[in-house]
Design a binder for this molecule. Sequence first.
Ligand code: C2E
Ligand code: MG
Ligand code: MG
Length: 564
Amino acid sequence: MTGTFREGILKFISEINENAQEIEDVAENIGKTLGLVADDIRLGRFTMSLNAPPNNFEPEGVMRQHEISFGPEGDEADCVFGKYVTREGGVMEELFVPQKGEKWDEKEKELISSIARIIYIFCGRGRVMGLLEKSLYIDHRTGAANVQAIMRFGGMLKAKGQLVDYANVYINIKNFKFVNQLFGNTEGDILLKKFVDAMKVFANSDGFFARLGGDNFIMLLKKGRITDLRGFADALSFEMGEGEAKQLYDVRLRMGICEAVESDTMSDLMSKATVAYSATKFKNMDVVYYTPMLMEASMHRKEISTIFPKALENREFTVFYQPKVHLADNKLCGCEALCRWIKDGRIVPPMEFIPVLEAEGTICRLDFYIFERVCEDIKRWKDMGIEPVKVSVNFSKHHLRNRRLADEVLGIIRKHGVDGKYIEIELTEMTGAEDFTAMNVFIEKMKENNVSTSIDDFGTGYSSLNLLKDLDVDVIKLDRSFFTNINEADGGLSTDRIVVKNIVNMVNELNMETISEGVETAAQADFLRDINCSMVQGFLFDKPLPRDEFEIRLLNGDFYKNKG
Ligand code: C2E
Ligand code: MG
Ligand code: MG
C-alpha cells in the first residue's frame, strides 16, 4: 500500500459531509468525495444501488442506482463488493472497480471495504432522515402534504417576502359522505387519492397542496391562478367502481378563498380561508372570498357560543308572547312564545343568536329552557284565575334526532301540571326521509296526549306538499314571504294570491288549520279572511309582547275588535 493510498482513504473520511440529509444529497456527496481521492486510491468506477420494500410513505418502495466513472476502469474481477441487508428488509450493494491496469492488494481491499461500510452508514442515515421528514410532513393515507408542510412552505414564502403574491384556498369535497355511503369506504379512499394526485399536479411547483384531514384540503397558489383553479374544479371527474358498476363521478368542491395582503402571515391566511369556507355553508354558496366582515361575523358567532352556557345558567333568556288572532271574530285565540336574550340590559333578537346555536346544536337546551318558562307562565295564569290561550313553542329540527323527545316534552308538561290542550309544538319542514319518520312518530305521540303540533315557516322548505299529505299535524303556519307582495294596489288575483288561496283551501280540506305569519296590513288580513284562513299573527295586531303586557291581552279578549 502506498502512502498516497493511505492519504486518499484518510482524506475521504475527513471530507465526507456528515450533514447531507436526503438520500439524494448523500449520494451526490459520496460521488464528489470519491472523485477527490479517486486517483490516490486508484478507483476507476463506483456503483451503488438501493432497493427498499414499500412502506406507508413510499407505497411503491424504493429502487435507486448511482454509478460514477472516474476514468478507464480495470477488471471487475479485481473489484471490492459490499452487500448490506437493512432492518426494513432492503438491500444496498456497492461495487468498487480499480483503474485500468491497477489491482488492490489485500490490505488496500480491506480499507476500501471500510469505506464501503461508511458509505452504507451514511446512506442509511440519509434514508432515515428522509423518512422522518415524510412522516412529519406527509399524510400517509393520500400521499398529500399535511398541514405542517403547508405551514412550512408558507413560512418560507413569507420569509422571502413572496407570500403576498399568493392566495390560500380552503377546499372541501361536497357530499363526500355520500361517496362513502354509495361506493363504500375503500372506494372513498381511492377517490381521495385520485383527487389528491390531480390537485398536486394542478398546484405544481410554485403552489402547494395539503390535506388538513377528512375531505378538507388547503391550496396555496399564485393569485393569478385562482380563475384557473375554479375552472379546473368545475371539470373534476373520476372513474369509480369496478366492472359493470364503473361510472364517472363528478367531484364538486366548496372553496373559501383568501388573497394575501402584505401583513398576512401563513397562519393569518389559514384562519381567513377557514372563515371564508365556513361562510360557504351559511351563505349556501360554493365559493366565498374572504372579507374582514366575515371575520367579524365569525368572531361574533364564537363569542355567542362561548357565552351562551353561562347566559343560560344566569337565566338571561326570557319569553315574549306574540298574539294570534282569529280572523272570523278578531278575537285572541293563541300566541307564539318567542325567545329574547336580555344581554347587558339590551334585548337581543333571536336572529342574532339562534342561527349560531342552531349550527352547533346547542339550540335544544334553549328550547327546553323556553318550554319550561312557558309551562310556568301557563300555570301562573291558571293560578291567577286567568284563562290561558294555546301557546305555541318553537322546537328546532335538531330535536328530532332525540328518540326521547316526546317523553321529555310530556314529562315537562306533567311536571308543571299543565293541560296538554294549552300547548302547541312548532316544527319546521324537513328534507330527509329519516327526519320525516321521526317527525311522524313525534306528532302521533303528541296527539295521543292532547298536545297540538304545527309546521312553522311552511312554504320555505322543499317538501311542502308531501308534508301536507302524510303528516297529521294540526296547524300549518304559512311563512310571511307569501304575503309581502299582497297589498291593496295589486287587486285581482296575482300569483301570490292564487298560491295562498289554493294552499289554504287544500289545508282546510285536509282538516287542518292555517295561520298566516307576518301579517302587517289590513289588505292582507282582508284577503286572508276572504279565502278562509283561520288565524293570523303579525304586527297588524301585535308585536311579540313581554309576559306582563301579554297578560293584559289575556284579560281583554276583545282588544282586537276594531283592528284589522
Ligand atoms: P318564527 O318562529 O317564524 O317566528 C315568527 C317571527 O316573525 C318572529 O321573529 C316574529 O317577531 C316575527 N314577526 C311576527 N309578526 C311579524 C310581522 O308582521 N312582520 C315581520 N316582519 N315579522 C313578524 P323573532 O321573534 O325575531 O324570531 C325569529 C325566529 O327565531 C323565529 O321565527 C324562530 O324561528 C326563531 N325562534 C324564536 N324563539 C325561538 C325559540 O325559543 N326556539 C327556537 N328553536 N327558535 C326560536
Ligand atoms: Mg315559530
Ligand atoms: Mg315562522
